[in-house]
Design a protein around this ligand. Sequence first.
Ligand code: SAM
Length: 368
Amino acid sequence: MNDAAETWREWMRRYTTLELHGLSDLYEAIGQGITSDDELLRWLGDVAGPRSNPNLLFAAVHFRLLTGAFAPDLAPYFASITPGALPPAGPPPVYPAFRAFWERERDALAAILATRTTQTNEVGRCMYLLPAFVRVAARMGRPLAVVDAGTAAGLTLLIDRFACDYGEGRIAGDPGSPVHLRTEVRGVMPPIAPAPTIVSRTGIDLAPIDVQDDDATTWLRACVWPEHAARRETLEAAIAIARRDPPRLVAGNVVDVLPAIAAQAPPEATLVVVNTNVLPYFSAAERARYAAVLEAIGATRDLAWVAVEWPAYALEAGFRGSFEGIEMPSPALPLTLTTFERGTRRDEVLAVTGPHGRWLRWLLPPGA
Ligand SMILES: C[S@@+](CC[C@H](N)C(=O)[O-])C[C@H]1O[C@@H](n2cnc3c(N)ncnc32)[C@H](O)[C@@H]1O
């Protein structure tokens, strides 16, 4: 086994244990099979591009199935394709079916692994973005100009078009929206009012997804794990809203284009740069450049930087707060806010949040 294959083995093992366990039995079973499949691991090491990861392999397989690849053996395990799908443990177990599919599809899968990235555009993330925006608006006192860095289809930019339900009748956004998002608030209720006014919204992505294009949006569908029927329905409803009123998307590398996009934000607004689940796809050099770009923008105008990322990557991208002593059961992530206000910088960890915004633990005392 070569180094690249061993790296994939470890990567798949960690991903299966830390991220899939309890959330996708199907992918967990396939991931476990891959960790002891030397031939497949060697292939992964050979074909995967620089922005690939275990989740991209699953998305590539799902995409091929959703776009009609011949798979009478594997499709019956995918709840997104086959109602009443077979259990992955069998009988028969899923791995031999996955293996046979891979044998037939390896060239098509290799092309996807070499060229695409995971583009899970998860509107559930609005459940933690909203309290962060409310805090920014309250502190900095102006409407918001939001720039979403690594935006995919830009769906989270439509945050105020969704119903954000925090339980016990506390609904922010548009209560009548067909997109009804929920989160479990653990502990302190985060601030969700008054509703922040968003005066401009722009998304930046290496490969922005045009919501009007069915083929392009199928990639978004492929990135949703097969068992997650509710997420799939929410995604469809969010795409329908975006089709009527698409957000502005700009193609490019965030670290190259952000300065120009920031300069276009209305001067009377507070610029809010957001990145959620994007920094793992940056190289280390890009994370360092991102830190410098944010710092440079913050030196010229008021800026709020809102992020939900792995702590190590947030620090590499210039976050200066501390994660010490904050309980974060994997795969939970921190919600961080950095503000540059008249040249004064402040970094704080606002919350810890579960995958796809399923739960939220606000860390600041009420009224802080
Ligand atoms: C996992 S998706 C997250 C999408 C969105 N932020 C969300 O949370 O729903 C990561 C996105 O970041 C984009 N991306 C990765 N590196 C990038 C870069 N250097 N510049 C622009 N976009 C990038 C990818 O194309 C992809 O759409």
